[in-house]
Design a protein around this ligand. Sequence first.
Ligand SMILES: Nc1ncnc2c1ncn2[C@@H]1O[C@H](COP(=O)(O)OP(=O)(O)O)[C@@H](O)[C@H]1O
Ligand SMILES: [Mg+2]
Length: 255
Amino acid sequence: MTPDATTPPALATRALGYRVGGAIILEDIDLEVPTGAFLGIIGPNGAGKSTLLNMLSGVGRPTSGTVELDGVDVTRLGAARRARRGLGRTFQTSTLFESLSAHENVRLAAQVRRGGTANFWRAPRRSDPASRVADEALDRVGLAAQSNTLTAVLSHGEKRKLELAILLASDARTLLLDEPMAGVNTEDVPVLRDLIGELHGEGRTVVMVEHHLAVVIGLAQYLAVLDSGRLLAVGAPQEVIANDEVQQAYLGQPL
Ligand SMILES: Nc1ncnc2c1ncn2[C@@H]1O[C@H](COP(=O)(O)OP(=O)(O)O)[C@@H](O)[C@H]1O
Ligand SMILES: [Mg+2]
């Protein structure tokens, strides 16, 4: 990839590796994501995609190599400290507060952005700035009518939209999305795709793992293929898809 000379990449890994016991989960991953870029990551199940996102977000620590966020080595920083440096993520399995309403979940994210701490106990005032940011974000993802609904009873697709509303309401500049379309109804796929496109269009850097190849190719400026813990190819999506090694690795399989 071709970051410009003055701005450090939003995210970079240098010789990143992750081993558990004798197993090599990730090996020698060198990746640079220029600020404002959209990187798609594809690869078969078990390739290490979610593990790589964990290393980037600070949920996990690599056993070798480094992670840089905006040119700063954050390898030793945990997820909360990386989040404070502008890194946001959604998980393959949702981590929403199920016992709060949709609005409360988004308001917490908006409150943190305003420099406050997320205060569960303060009575929500619908007029406070965080509350208004939450209303706007819920409206944008099409969940205005579900604002006061308990998160636990939202459908799977609604929960994915809620996660995107949380990112919209946060001031995270770099987003890590792990299979945001997984398990959603086909009619919701274009809605989520457009929302993710908007998150990127607003100037955020996005790294998205997604099986839905048409969606990835439609959004991503760069595509990385991970296979058995190794980076098989990185580049422009059409070139990567045409790459012989990639074709061979996926012979007879949908990418
Ligand atoms: N903490 C861990 N301990 C042991 N094995 C792990 C651990 N984390 C991931 N793995 C293994 O690493 C491989 C990659 O997993 P994962 O990153 O979830 O793949 P993907 O998201 O590409 O499907 C899998 O074989 C998984 O079983
Ligand atoms: Mg995964």
